[in-house]
Structure formats: C-alpha cells, structure tokens
Design a protein around this ligand. Sequence first.
Ligand code: TMP
Ligand code: ASP
Length: 250
Amino acid sequence: MTNSHGPLLYEGKAKRVYAADQDDWVLVEYKNDATAFNALKREQIADKGRLNCQISARLFELLEQEGIPTHFLGLVDETWMAVQKVQVIPLEVVLRNVATGSLCKQTPIVQGTSLEPALLDLYYKDDAFGDPLLTESRLELLQLVSAEQRQAIEVLARRVNAVLVPFFLGLDLQLVDFKLELGCNASGELLVADEISPDTCRLWDLRTSDPKQRILDKDRFRQDLGGLIEAYGEVCKRVQGACPNPRNYR
Ligand code: TMP
Ligand code: ASP
C-alpha cells in the first residue's frame, strides 16, 4: 500500500490523508496515536489504527445501506481506506443519548440521564481555540454554514443516530454519544466524513453493569483505565460479526 499513494495532504491527530491518482478521492491512513484533552495526553497504541479503520469502514457502509451518504469508497488495506475528497465543515457535531462527559462537567445534569430526543451540540473545530461549544448565535456570527445547511446537518446527524443506536443495541452495545464531522463533495452533497469508531463514540457494553468494565471506547484512555485495545477489539469483533465483508476499493 505504502508505495501507491501520492503526497501527504494533511496529517491530523489520528489520521494521515494522501493524494490518490485522481483528484476526486484521497487515501486515509489510520494511525496508532491516541490523544485526549486537545493532545495534552498522547500515546502510541499498537493496532488501534487497524481497529478504527475496520470499524469505521463497516459503519460507513451500514449508513450508506440506509441511504445516508458518506465519504467512504472502500477499504484499501488493513489501516487504509479510500474516501471521496470533501471540504470538511469546521464543526464537530455531537449527539448525546445519555448524559455523561463534558455535559455533566459543565451542567448539573446527572450522569446517566437518558436524553430524548438526543441532545445535539455543535463545537467549533479548531484546536487553537480548544474546539469550543457554539451557541446558535455564535454559529450565525461565524457564518460557517447557511441556515439551510445548519438544518441539513441536524437532520443528517439525527438520521445517523437513528441507524446506529439500534445497530449497536443488536450487538449489546449502548451508543451513549458520538461525534461526527461532515463535509461537502465536489457536487455540493453533504456527506458524513472523518471516522466513526470508539475514538469518536462512547460505547457501553450491555453485557456487564460494572461502570468501568462496560466502557469500550476512548474513555479508557482519557480516564487511564487501561485495556483500550481489548475494548476496541471487542467492538470490532461484534461489528465484524454483523458486517463481515465491507467493500474494497479497486
Ligand atoms: P464530550 O462529552 O467530551 O463532549 O464528548 C462527546 C462525544 O464526542 C464523545 O463520544 C467523544 C467525542 N469526542 C470526539 O470525538 N472528539 C473530541 O475531541 C471530543 C472532545 C469528543
Ligand atoms: N480528540 C481530542 C484530542 O486529542 C480529544 C478527545 O477525544 O477527548 O485532543
């Protein structure tokens, strides 16, 4: 794989993006780096890139099957996927089904409160500012998206939640919350981009009620709980069981 990509276009905390042989798609390499708290905490964790790539591929394909457009074109290798080139909207779109994390640090809402309908939070994606939570008026002031796009983003994010919650439930996993990044392709279509993995979702194992043991996502790293690869491996195993053969690209 490493011989057949073009120049590095962008390197993020968890992925590298390379040019491909055509202008409308790129190659994404999932890295083993784990970061938290705006990369103040950082570690290399062997096999994390492969697991996130494999999980993301299957979740993107599942969304596509449900009519939700994503940037995913196909797997290229264990840790590489081909995706449509998109203009990423600088927003982190977070949907919360259960109150935890920053919501409980910043408000008196009790940990574990069920949120129905799911709470949608928009953050400004910019590490220099620490990805701050946006108000609707700040979003308008920043002019990052039009009113119609703002509406379309919410509709798309809620559709993703409506697909992923029952899918994970079928695997005995509770989708507590997750973060999406969206982008527009060359035709202006709004797509789910970035990744969907235990780095960007909170997943609780319904096969145990132990509040630490049930955590199968990056909170294991954020909270120094250990066992991150075992947790991601378990998520991957269950997701692979439901979606055994994601498509390959070329
Ligand atoms: P939060 O409770 O820390 O705001 O996180 C909400 C969700 O967003 C959770 O599933 C983890 C995910 N997330 C990211 O993917 N990237 C981030 O930088 C942060 C802060 C959260
Ligand atoms: N992805 C973010 C970072 O490293 C934070 C997080 O996921 O908690 O900085």
